[in-house]
Structure formats: structure tokens, C-alpha cells
Design a protein around this ligand. Structure first.
Ligand SMILES: Cc1ncc(COP(=O)(O)O)c(C=O)c1O
Length: 349
């Protein structure tokens, strides 16, 4: 019963097998492996972006921080949601890799940036001339940190605001596949056709061992990205093992199948919690993350049975009245089973 994060899931067997195959014999290092050439071609096809520059790194934090550093100067602002992963969970990596760019926080329901707020905040930045940070880039997360998805119209509206100030737009797509299968659109529609310039394309949370692609839809800054990746200690020498994961992830739509599974399991979990006498759903669920609440007694039983998940917010305590509702974040992954969910629900009931 692992609902703490999709990172808690195992590696998909197809990806494990690809790693074993890649281990046969020698291959050129530092991204010059033959598999990487195929990955680049495949990602360009999937995203309908023949010119895109494509690179691999091993963590989502590296993908985000290096992407932002490539499109932002140290004296500029990166506009992001108050609850963005880059703001709350990356230990200052975006600030560090950009050389000190400032994260400027914007609000909006469900961790989605509100376009009108964005417009106001961007317009008010740089009002003080040389004394204030200058406008840099917009970063949005799809799926958001509260498990909601931006619609295509939402992304386009934000892209429009950003473009009106000439800002590049970054997407943190740590859960890109989960959002994509929810929207039922194409990868191109969810990105460059809606104004995204640079994408952190996650795979780790959705069945890979540890690989994320950075896709620059405009390759103008490709060389700069390469230099930053090396200087930032994220250019793998045995790169073929990153490439092999990404190739297997994309082959035969594995990535979409894994994400669909995770989303379906979260739907089952949601239905089960709604059916509890005192179950509540905090955020409308879009994909594989669920924010829900139920009485403390159910939490105590679940945790005694070794169910793994985070109370959300963290500050809540298991000590207190048994009928008080405590809220939690629950995340399903590509390997979550109906049995896991039903056992968990039985403990809460
Ligand atoms: C939305 C989002 N972006 C980025 C990351 C960073 O990934 P990593 O932990 O691989 O650095 C995470 C991981 O939790 C995430 O949830």
C-alpha cells in the first residue's frame, strides 16, 4: 500500500530489460551512444518538432533547474505558482543554477497560475528600473503539485500573457504523461502549439529508473544547455543507460499505458473514498494524484498496517479525537493494484 509518491513504484519490466540489453558490449559515452540518436529522432516525431534539441538528465530537479538557467539571466525573475515544485521542493536549485534569478510567486486555484494575476505581477515587475529584478521566464507545472491539470485553453492563456511580455515559457512535466492522457490531446498541443518553449519531460515517476528529457523546441540555446549540463555535473558518462530507459519508455506507447494505469487506479481510490461515510475529496482529481480526507481513526489503522502516504499538510498529527478529519496526499503509480487499493479502503472504512 504505497501511496506516498509515484516514485515509490518499481521500474517497468520493459525498461529493466532495455537496461540489460544496453549493457551488452561497449557504447560511446556522454550522449554519443546510438540509442540517444534514436531517442532524439523519436522525441522529435512524438512532439512533431523536427528542429527540437533533446537532452537527457537523471532527475527532475536537474531538468527544471538547467532549463530555467538556459532561458533566464541572474538578474531576472522566474514567475511560477506559489506551490510550484521549483519553489517548494528543489532546495533552491533553480536559484543556484540560474546564478540567482528570483522566483516570483503567483497564485491561482488548484496550484494553477491565474492568467490575470500573472499579467498584473509581470507588469509590475521591473517597475523600479535598475533596482529591481527584470522579467525573465514563466514556469508552469503539468500535472500541477495539487494533482490538477491545466486545460489546453489554460496553457494557451498563460502562454499569451507570457508572450505579450516576450517571456519564454517552461513546463515542468514531471507528470507529463499523466496529464496528457487526461487531456487526450497530442504532446505538441500540450506544449509548443500552446506556447511552451522548453519542457522538462518526466519519465522517472511513470516507470523509468531515473531519466528525464529536456526538450528545447527552439534549438537556438542548445549549445548553451549542453555546456550548462556538463558544468552542472549532469552529463552522464555512461549515458547509454539514460538513453535506453527513454527509448523503452516511448516504445509501443509504453509511457501512455503506464500513465493510464496510474490514473485509473487513482479514480478507483477516489470512488472508494467518496463512498466512505466521512470521506472528502479536497481537489478535483485530474490524473494519478488525489487529495482526500477521512477520520483520524482510519489513518491510525492504515498507518498501523504500514500504508505509506503523506498527511497533507504535514503539520497534522495522529494524536487527537478519532472522528476528526485529517487530510492526505495519495498518489498511484503504474504498478498500483486493485488489491492495494481495496485493502487500503477497507482500513479506512
Ligand atoms: C512536479 C515535480 N517536478 C519536479 C520534481 C523533481 O523530481 P526529482 O525528485 O527527480 O528531482 C518532482 C518530484 O517530486 C515533482 O513532483
Amino acid at each position: 500500500m504505497y501511496f506516498a509518491s509515484d516514485n515509490a513504484g518499481p521500474v517497468a519490466p520493459e525498461i529493466m530489460r532495455a537496461l540489460a540489453r544496453a549493457n551488452e558490449g561497449a557504447a560511446m559515452p556522454y550522449g554519443d551512444d546510438a540509442i540517444m540518436a534514436r531517442v532524439r529522432t523519436r522525441i522529435r516525431e512524438i512532439f512533431e518538432a523536427p528542429e527540437a534539441a533533446v537532452y537527457l538528465v537523471a532527475t527532475g530537479t536537474a531538468a527544471n533547474a538547467l532549463s530555467l538557467a538556459t532561458v533566464t539571466q541572474p538578474w531576472q525573475a522566474v514567475f511560477c505558482h506559489r506551490h510550484a515544485h521549483i519553489e517548494e521542493d528543489e532546495c533552491g536549485a533553480p536559484e543556484f543554477f540560474t546564478g540567482g534569478a528570483k522566483l516570483v510567486l503567483v497564485d491561482g486555484d488548484g496550484a494553477r497560475i491565474d492568467p490575470e494575476q500573472l499579467r498584473k505581477i509581470v507588469a509590475g515587475t521591473a517597475d523600479t528600473g535598475v533596482h529591481g529584478v527584470q522579467r525573465g521566464a514563466l514556469s508552469i507545472t503539468q500535472l500541477t503539485e495539487l494533482g490538477t491539470a491545466y486545460s489546453l485553453a489554460d496553457i494557451r492563456a498563460l502562454g499569451k500573457v507570457a508572450k505579450s511580455f516576450d517571456l519564454p515559457v517552461h513546463m515542468d512535466g514531471a507528470r507529463f504523461a499523466n496529464a496528457l492522457v487526461t487531456l487526450g490531446c497530442t504532446p505538441a498541443e500540450m506544449t509548443w502549439k500552446s506556447g511552451i518553449d522548453i519542457l522538462s519531460f518526466g519519465a522517472t515517476k511513470n516507470g523509468a529508473m531515473g531519466v528525464e528529457a529536456v526538450i528545447l523546441f527552439d534549438p537556438e540555446k542548445a549549445w548553451e544547455f549542453e555546456l550548462r549540463r556538463k558544468r552542472g555535473a549532469h552529463l552522464f558518462s555512461k549515458h547509454r543507460f539514460l538513453s535506453a530507459q527513454m527509448e523503452a519508455y516511448l516504445a509501443d506507447d509504453l509511457w501512455l499505458r503506464l500513465a493510464r494505469h496510474a490514473n485509473e487506479k487513482a479514480a478507483r481510490l477516489e470512488a472508494g473514498i467518496r463512498a466512505l461515510d466521512s470521506g472528502i475529496i479536497l481537489q478535483p482529481r485530474s490524473a494519478n494524484m488525489l487529495f482526500a480526507g477521512w477520520p483520524r481513526a482510519g489513518h491510525i489503522r492504515a498507518q498501523a498496517a504500514q500504508a505509506q502516504y503523506y498527511l497533507w499538510p504535514f503539520s497534522q498529527s495522529l494524536d487527537g479525537p478519532e472522528d476528526e478529519i485529517l487530510t492526505a496526499r495519495l498518489v498511484c503509480n503504474w504498478a498500483t493494484t486493485d488489491e492495494d487499493i481495496d485493502r487500503f479502503l477497507a482500513l479506512l472504512a
